[in-house]
Design a protein around this ligand. Sequence first.
Ligand code: SF4
Length: 313
Amino acid sequence: MNAPDGGKPEASRYYRLSRFFREKLGGPVYKIPLDAGFSCPNRDGSLGRGGCIYCHNPAFSPGGGGFDPPLPVAEQLRGGKKKQARGGARYLAYFQAYTNTYAPVARLKALYDEALRDPEVVGLSVSTRPDCVPDAVLGLLENYARSRHVWVEYGLQSAHDRTLARINRGHTFAQFREAVRRTRGRGIYICAHVILGLPGETEAMMLETMDRLNQCGLDGVKFHHLQVIKGTPLAEAYRAGKASVYESAAAYIPVLCDCLERLDPGITIHRLAASVTDPGLLIAPRWSESAGRLAAAVEAELARRGTRQGYQR
Ligand code: SF4
């Protein structure tokens, strides 16, 4: 269950998703992650094989990343709500695992409709790649957005093409910018995923990513710290000393705060750090903070500096 910003939105020094939901939807909304059985063009050979170097979906996805076959969407929603156990709550169906627009439009519509038939589901959040949103898919999401709350979450990770090539994303920053441009004006909220600490990236490069994101017209950013997952090419690079991670939350938080200071204060922060659903697959770093503790630490660091999101823009 996603409680990504972990805590009270009041007087926060960054723009929490909880505040955004309160402003747009009048109160709390919770995301229920789903695995709808999609694949990814960067894995199945249509674009590439092997995927992004850090990606092993079973480490991140609901149900350990890939029910085989996946449980029906409605059943996953029921299970997610039961875990959440909040009476009268409202939810977004979060199509999370792999590339959630990678199917014919009729198939996508059937899955999204199934989620939206649940009366407590007020909208969709659809995670995908910037090179996987043909106009027909954006048109479908635009139709939902007329009466529902709809997010598209684009995996980007870095605005530097050299890094994108190094991590085998299979797309460029220009493709991301173009996808965002084509998504805007349709009533769809747009979020970008960013990983801090990617191989070869300096902090100056991460801050430049913030600057470039500020120019794109985004509604949200989801931060992850680099995690090394078993069975990935990144794990091999890490063992060979060619990649490193933030070894502690104390090492990560200052960099995260630097990025927040650089980011437009109107951009909602969906998440402050990565998490894994299966800790047994995580090689490094081994620290994990609850969303609430991390949010408190970020607030404390920004307060210590006397800054806030957008302070250094
Ligand atoms: S695009 Fe997403 S699902 Fe596909 S390989 Fe990369 S991280 Fe994994």
